[in-house]
Design a protein around this ligand. Sequence first.
Ligand code: GTP
Ligand code: SPV
Ligand code: MN
Length: 583
Amino acid sequence: MTTNNELLNNWVKEVVSLTKPDSIYWCNGSNDEYQSFVEKMLETGDLSKLNSETFPNCYLHRSDQSDVARVEHLTFICSKEKDDSGPNNNWMDPQEAHEKLDNLFERCMEGRTLYVIPYCMGPIDSKLSRCGVEITDSPYVVANMYLMTRMGTPALKRIEDENKFVKGIHSIGDLDPEKRFIMHFPEEETIRSIGSGYGGNALLGKKCHALRIASWQALKENWLAEHMLIVEIENPSNEKFYIAAAFPSACGKTNLAMLIPPEGYEGWKVKTIGDDIAWLNMDENGQIWAINPEAGYFGVVPGTNEEDNENAYKAIQRDAIFTNVGLTDNNEPWWEGRLDGTPSIDWKGNQLEEGNHCAHPNSRFTVSAKNNPQYSELADSPSGVPITAIVFGGRRSELAPLVYEAKDWNHGVLVGASVGSETTAAAAGDIGIVRRDPMAMKPFCGYNFADYFSHWLSFSEQSDNLPKIFHVNWFRKNEEGFIWPGFGENLRVLDWIIKRCQKNVDAKEMPIGFLPNNNDINTSGLNISEETMDELFAINQDQWLKEMDSIEDFFKEYGDRMPSQLFDEHKKVVDSLKEYSSD
Ligand code: GTP
Ligand code: SPV
Ligand code: MN
């Protein structure tokens, strides 16, 4: 054993006696160690080396073909009380869940090594950070945790000092989807995951700890754990603004976090603090500060290219792990949306056939955040960054305008709670179906959404210094496809958001919130007509009234636990929409 911490030692012993590994290895988090894991996986075939001239130190991992995305139907919150998990989660009685898992974990590591990964979510020296230990039998998980978190000796030191950590037990088991479960025990601050090696199911620091368990802790301790990017925008007057934005999986967080200013925005600078998760804390002046608990990106590969996301494209030219992409004939990774290279082998390892995907639509890159050319040093700041604006968004081909602003915090909570979005390949299941995804947290909130909305609402009673809340939609469509050019051009929308926060621009009060006045979104240099802009901002009363009905139905599923303020906010919008239509 390499720690004297009794709590940790006892727990590791317990897991060892259940899972019966051949050997135990404590990770120190060094680069040499990472390289040794890579070597090991090259030998076993878990990784293959990509073209080392064009993609130095980059590797391809092909997952099991049944194991390519999060599995929401197999993800459970095992709180003592069923109602604490809420209709937004699958629930299992904790005792029953433990028994089921004990059976599945029994002897599951025979013939394998058990790896102990101490990790810290957030800067090691930040009081806002939280530690965990993941036990796994997957070297791929170890390598990914190395790139994604601050893991190894410094994290272990902090755990020894605090004598407190989230416990995560992971085994790939036999990768049988019938024996796959991702279970959370919030009262025990424990995660148990078996049968999958895929990102969100297996890298337990990420969605399992930093969102599901952390959101529960945040409720008890008056902070927020959110599915949000954090981006720094500096305007030509050298004023800096920090924006936190929640979009559902595969709806543009990484892209917005790594945005490159478009033509006409030469004096602007954008830096990335985080691309997926934000922990928000309020200080004694009521100001919200955010840290990114992660240290790397697990990003969607398809669509990544020099034009749409040059920073991500550059970040993955070296030191990256690619999961489930295809190959060119000169052994470079290839994916849909890559602008050069000739695809030859698909993600399953077969000769690419016409009509098949080369890369899996949910193929992913794993890379250290420091590879990002626009990485912000503030990602390591113990205090985090002060948040100016919170942005919610979804993938809506209809209905939602390009941008609008909530009237105040409580209305903003309604806006966030009402987010609807078309489903994507990030989770197993149908794609393109609109579902309610409040604050982009449907798959990640570790407790009852009714309590979560109350928690969000409670901040307006605690501070008059809160960020303004906005809603955006980059994905509105007409017959020709996406109307808004998106990507770097999204800075034009952030520009308006920032001006609103500085009280530098007026807006139109509409039933759903404040919309930009004509011409207040800077479109100079863009090939987009006024009619098209009108189309992007059109509010259709009938559609909106229907939407508000469906939101109300959704809220009603949460019964008496729902905060009445949310219904009050809802009613205000509906009343105003009805008047608006009779104008
Ligand atoms: P997760 O990692 O699953 O949480 O996803 P994410 O929210 O970080 O999404 P990401 O930035 O990886 O984008 C997902 C997909 O949306 C990619 O295929 C992008 O090319 C596409 N996308 C991102 N931003 C835009 C945009 O502004 N407009 C359009 N049309 N597509 C976008
Ligand atoms: C998401 O699905 O929101 C992701 C990928 O960021 S995963 O880590 O699998 O959750
Ligand atoms: Mn995500």
